[in-house]
Write a protein that binds this ligand. Structure first.
Ligand SMILES: Nc1ncnc2c1ncn2[C@@H]1O[C@H](COP(=O)(O)OP(=O)(O)OP(=O)(O)O)[C@@H](O)[C@H]1O
Ligand SMILES: [Mg+2]
Length: 494
């Protein structure tokens, strides 16, 4: 056993004692008495200045048996035994470290190949001796060299995980030259060999490798070459199976593409719904005007002036329909809206002009209350007209549906503050049910039988694109709903 303390050369002398002369502590004297030892010899076993053990001899036959010449011989024996003991300890250490390596090798949850490449190293050395500098170029010129190099790399050992990855039933199936792997993937072999030729200690890439049971797996392929071992060509190759991860990534990409497609489809759906919604009103107006034209013309004395005037209204409504399509298309394609300086009052008047006929038909009176000084906004005229038309049609429908006795709408324009214009559409309908207040602006939310639920979401997206807000409540002066919209004034827009 290795002792912790070092022994100086001066203490190498034999510790010799004769039982008769021994002046030892009581315990040792007892032992000597009991065993009847008549001669005792104790020799330190020293190896390279370190005490590795003690040689203890005793005799109960005669006193003074350990004479000087015997002690000299025993000293020689003791030093030989010290060397043997030391070697045995070193061997045990080696065995332990080998065992640790084997354990790590076999139990690491990553595929490990232990390869031997003496032949390959010899081939590379020969190329170097023939002055080849650029191995990649050499392989381009001599592709057969690469094929013969496959045989030069031999798999000596593979851990359990590697066997599983490559579908081997036992380790021996994998061992030997790896030509079957490199034939399926010459690129990885070529790059790895070139990296060895260039003296790199590490080579790593993500690649695809064949398995014994006919699969192809995605792996992170890493070759670590021990620095001082190059001439023996030993290397450990680690293989991390990425197949599942790459499959999951592919799946994620597919799902994302599907989502993007679904989002486009749903956007197209909303676009179609918006177009249908916004065209309903001008088309209905054109239809009504068309019928009016026919009535004017079918009179016993046709009223050509009225017919002409109504025909002109048809043209205005048709143009508005075309403009609406263009604007909605522009919004979907993210065109920049055409912002011009517009007077909110004029714009509301125009919008109400489109609704004159319907308002009359439903006997709904509209009062306009424009505060002095509440003037211009920088806005897309057609889009803001759509907002006013939608809010007014909603108000009119709420009044008609509830068959309210009072049939009034007030549209007011005020300055909310120095930088903000506020426009409110207030009606005498039944108001908004409190439980619907949070859902009004969601696409396709409607309480009307023939409604699409698109009017308010369109209004909100237009107003928000203009930097404003569109709150709703039941604080109408007429007792019904009030939809307000705020817009930054022209001077407030930078
Ligand atoms: N002035 C109002 N008074 C009471 N409820 C209203 C008023 N305006 C809107 N609403 C409520 O908000 C809902 C959504 O309005 P929105 O304009 O988005 O759709 P819609 O009018 O139902 O259908 P459409 O898409 O044809 O306009 C209406 O169904 C109604 O319940
Ligand atoms: Mg509506």
């Amino acid at each position: 056993m290795r002792a912790p303390s070092a022994v100086s050369s001066s203490s190498f002398e034999a510790a010799r004692a004769e039982a008769s002369r021994a002046s030892k502590p009581k315990r040792r004297a007892d032992y000597v008495r009991r065993t009847r030892s008549r001669s005792v010899l104790c020799l330190p076993m020293v190896r390279q200045g370190e005490l590795v053990g003690v040689l203890y001899l005793e005799s109960n036959l005669a006193p003074c048996v350990f004479t000087s010449d015997r002690v000299a011989l025993l000293q020689l024996l003791a030093s030989q035994a010290a060397i043997s003991l030391d070697n045995a300890a070193l061997y045990t250490d080696l065995q332990r470290s080998e065992h640790r390596y084997r354990q790590l090798f076999s139990e690491t949850p990553v595929g490990l190949w232990q390869t031997e490449a003496q032949t390959l190293v010899a081939m590379l050395t020969s190329l170097r001796q023939h002055g080849v500098q650029d191995l990649s170029q050499y392989i381009d010129d001599h592709p057969e060299w690469l094929t013969s190099a496959y045989e030069g790399l031999v798999l000596e050992d593979a851990n359990h995980y590697a066997m599983q990855m490559f579908g081997a039933r036992d380790g021996r199936e994998l061992l030997g030259p790896l030509s079957w792997v490199w034939r399926a993937n010459p690129g990885t072999f070529r790059r790895a060999v070139t990296s060895r030729y260039n003296g790199e200690e590490l080579f790593q890439e993500t690649t695809k490798l064949p398995t014994l049971d006919g699969r192809v797996i995605d792996v992170l392929f890493t070759v670590a070459r021990p620095r001082k071992n190059d001439d023996q060509g030993m290397a450990v190759i680690s293989l991390v199976d990425l197949t599942e991860r790459i499959r999951a990534q592919d799946m994620l990409q597919r799902v994302q593409a599907d989502f993007a497609h679904a989002a486009r489809i749903s956007m197209l759906g909303e676009l179609a719904a918006s177009i249908a919604h916004e065209l309903k009103q001008p088309l209905a107006a054109i239809n009504m005007s068309g019928q009016a034209v026919l009535r004017w013309l079918n009179r016993p004395v046709p009223n050509l002036d009225e017919a002409r005037a109504t025909g002109e209204r048809i043209m205005v409504d048709a143009e508005r329909a075309v403009n609406i399509i263009q604007r909605i298309h522009g919004m979907a394609a993210r065109d920049t809206p055409q912002h011009t300086l517009v007077s909110l009052a004029d714009l509301i008047d125009e919008a109400l002009g489109f609704l004159d006929h319907e308002l009359q038909l439903h006997s709904v009176a509209v009062t306009r209350a424009y505060a002095a000084g509440a003037q211009h906004v920088l806005a897309d005229r057609v889009q803001l007209q759509q907002v006013i038309v939608n809010l007014t049609v909603n108000a009119m429908q709420a009044i008609t549906q509830a068959q309210s006795a009072r049939r009034e709408i007030t549209i007011r324009v005020d300055m909310q503050d120095a930088a903000t214009l506020c426009c409110a559409v207030e009606d005498s309908g039944p108001g908004i049910a409190p439980e619907h207040l949070d859902s009004l602006f969601e696409s396709f939310f409607t309480t009307r039988e023939s409604g699409m639920g698109m009017g308010l979401p369109i209004c909100r997206s237009i107003i928000e694109a203009h930097g404003g807000r569109i709150p709703a409540d039941n604080k109408s002066v007429h007792g019904g709903a009030r939809f307000g919209l705020t817009l930054p004034m022209a001077s407030g827009i930078r």
